[in-house]
Every structure is written in structure tokens, then in C-alpha cells.
Design a protein around this ligand. Sequence first.
Ligand code: ZN
Ligand code: ZN
Length: 191
Amino acid sequence: MRVRDHIALSTAAVAPLSPWLGRRALYAWAAGIGLDVDHYLWFCASGRRWNPIAAVRLFNEPAPPQNAATRLFHTPFALVTVALLGLRRQGVRAVVLGMALHVALDAYHKQRVDRTRVLALRRDDYTCQVCGLRGPELATHMSQQPRLLPSYELRHHVTVCSACHEAAHAAVPSAADRQMRPAIPATASGG
Ligand SMILES: [Zn+2]
Ligand SMILES: [Zn+2]
């Protein structure tokens, strides 16, 4: 899920709680968004690169790095560690709440995307919709990406082979937020 989606959803979830949480709502909100900083830390540590724009670009590629090290803060271990560090402190509890919200949203997103992927592959008869290649090595691409929040609509997902998928992402490298032209099924990033 994109950072902007986490910003929108964290805001929607935490804002109604702010009368009760007070300033702690800000901690929960920031933790709910900032958890993805582990991706950036991994990016810096693994390649001694620092450019955040390059990091965002890397994680928007068709097959972004997905090893456990890129998601260090997304683990139950991280949640428990933060909780143990200061469960008696209300501020820390708010941070744990924000982290848990982020992880839950990611899990929900993955489940919905995986389901849509299976349906898109079946609909397209396991055939790349750009070049016609058939086979088990196919992926699906989110061909139409809403400006905010991901789309789980089947018509927005298209089956592509890895070469066509890479070409689609390369064609519009910063297109995470652009809508693709329906005639060309693969010019925006996202899935
Ligand atoms: Zn293809
Ligand atoms: Zn894609």
C-alpha cells in the first residue's frame, strides 16, 4: 500500500479518536504512517544510497525487494518490542496502536490484491494481455491506479508477463498516481 494511502487511512482511523487520545492521537497517526521507514532504512543500508526518491521508485517497480529485512518494523517482534519498552506509558501505547493499524491495513490490502490477482489471471486465461505470452510465470499489473486508495476492481488489473510488466513500469516511472490509458493495458505502476 502506498504511503499516501496510509496517510489517508491513518487520518480517517485516528481523527475520530482524537477527543479521547488528545496529543497521543498524533503519535498513533505518525506511527501508522512512519512504519514504512524500514523500507528506506533497508534501502540505505543495502546499497549505501540515500536518495528517498530513488527508494520510492525502487519499491514501485514491478518486483520490488520483499525480503524480511525490508519489513523489519512490520513484524510482531517489532510490535512486542515497542510495547514492552513502554506499555505503561500512554504515548507508547498510542504508537503501538498506530503500528498495529498499519500492519492490519497491509495484511488486508495483500489479501484483497492476491484475490484480485487470481481472478485476473483466470479471466485472462493465463495469457499476457500485451504480447500474448502464456505460462505460469505471469503477474498482474494494476493498470488503473486511483489517485487515492488502491483499486481491487477486477477491471483495473491486467495479466502481464515479466518483460511487459517491466516495460509498463519503465514507460511511466513516476506513474504511481497516474491513470493509464485504457487502450494500453500497462503504463502505470502499482501491482
Ligand atoms: Zn508480455
Ligand atoms: Zn505493475
